[in-house]
Write a protein that binds this ligand. Structure first.
Ligand SMILES: Cc1cc2nc3c(=O)[nH]c(=O)nc-3n(C[C@H](O)[C@H](O)[C@H](O)COP(=O)(O)O)c2cc1C
Length: 393
């Protein structure tokens, strides 16, 4: 039986942790609960004990608890540490490495993955301190179930409301997944990049991120630890993975480097080939004799760089080729030039594929070319994930 260590910190949404315990136990996941001092103001240890069917830990310096199960052992006895709800306070403590109570000491001492479901007032969530803390935690690989947007208990409106327990459970199940890709780290890039021209304009492309996000989800479903690096998209963050949001190709390049080492890289993002040096102020039409000229400079080639031989090269590097003519020839050429292992090639010439829900591709590997018929992007992602699974089998 898989087991989570559930830390309930002191937010108004702590009552939802009881529902989470109920759902998790129903799904066959064992729960050991830890309650912070502030958490106890919102839910009683007795409720948690009744639902988990076990002892609720609260005190770092309890002689009885320490003789039963030391705090280090407690931090490692579960497969996953879940903090739900996670207060602004406990998130800041995680970032700083503070260990001044049982919950924060366990979070620091654990050798297991940590998943947080933040919940707080919208101002607290949007405060620069919390933004910076969340960025650090995600960079460290802490899994995040982002808060929902909506009316809050405090009467304000916005993001900060604890995600619903079924969504948190889905993320827990993904993190506990013992699938065939368990232990493998996959970097997936997705979506377009935006290259600013001035403070309000940018160069972009029609990529929606649907295919890349679906691949990230399919790999996570097979048990891989996934880092999804996404350009600007209007899709919800998939659960159970680290999501790094970037805007430009150069930011995506830095994020990919940061996420290495990895076993698998799927470069599905439609990365801009060029950028311009953005103007500091909005370019004005009025008063300029001629239209401005955009001087393009080349962006880093993420796929070529990640495919270079070396100790940090993922065992399997998959590139995407979006072509409007001579699909097979261009894609085969791209595979050879970039030195990636596989290329997924799609014809994006006015077929509704870019931005649409379906895709039709050629998969070009060292072993030859497979033609995959038109299918939903989710189905295609699962098919590709199965191929990746076979590669590592
Ligand atoms: C009524 C009330 C509701 C609160 N709700 C939240 C909340 O939703 N999120 C949050 O981050 N802090 C909230 N706080 C503040 C935390 O309880 C406080 O920062 C506390 O120190 C957190 O301790 P902990 O992180 O150790 O549990 C609330 C406080 C009160 C009095």
């Amino acid at each position: 039986m898989k087991r989570i260590l559930l830390i309930v910190s002191g937010g108004i949404a702590a009552y939802k942790a009881l529902e989470l315990v109920r759902l998790a136990t129903k799904a066959g996941i064992g729960v050991t609960a830890v309650l912070t001092a502030a958490g106890e103001k919102f839910v009683t240890p007795l409720s948690l004990q009744a639902l988990t069917g076990g002892k609720v830990y609260q005190d770092l310096f309890s002689l009885t608890d320490e003789s039963e199960m030391g705090h280090i052992e407690l931090s490692r006895a579960a497969d996953l540490v879940v903090i739900a709800p996670a207060t602004a306070n406990i998130l800041a403590k995680l970032v700083a490495g503070l260990a001044d109570d049982l919950a924060s000491t366990l979070a620091l001492a654990t050798d297991k993955p940590v998943l947080v479901a933040p919940a707080m007032n919208v101002r607290m969530w949007e405060h620069a301190a919390t933004r910076a803390n969340m960025a650090v935690l995600q960079q460290r690989g802490v899994l995040v179930v982002p808060p929902d947007e909506g009316a809050m208990a405090c009467g304000e409106f916005g993001p900060g409301r604890l995600a619903e327990p079924p969504a948190i459970l889905a993320a827990i199940e993904a993190a506990l997944n013992d699938g065939p890709l368990k232990g493998k780290h996959a970097i997936v890039t997705s979506g377009p990049t935006h290259e600013p021209i001035d403070p309000v304009r940018y160069l972009a492309n029609r990529s929606s991120g649907k295919q890349g996000h679906a691949i990230a989800a399919a790999l996570a479903a097979l048990g891989a630890r996934v880092t999804l690096i996404s350009g600007p998209v209007s899709l919800p963050d998939p659960f159970g993975m680290v999501v790094v949001k970037v805007e430009t190709a150069r930011e995506m390049h830095a994020a990919v480097r940061n996420a290495l080492p990895a076993d698998i890289a799927v470069c599905a993002a439609a990365v801009a080939d060029w950028h311009v040096a953005p103007a500091a102020q909005k370019l004005k039409k009025h008063g300029s004799a001629t239209p401005p000229t955009l001087a393009l400079s080349e962006n880093p080639d993420i796929l070529a760089e990640i495919s270079k031989p070396g100790t940090r090269r993922p065992a399997l590097v998959i590139g995407f080729a979006a072509e409007t003519e001579n699909l097979a020839a261009h894609a085969t050429d791209k595979r050879a030039r970039k030195h990636c292992d596989w290329i997924v090639a799609n014809d994006v010439s006015g077929t509704g594929i870019m931005g649409g829900d379906e895709n039709e591709v050629l998969l070009i590997t060292g072993a030859g070319t497979e033609s995959w018929p038109r299918m939903g992007k989710t189905r295609l992602a699962q098919k590709l994930a199965d191929k990746i699974k076979e590669f590592f089998a």
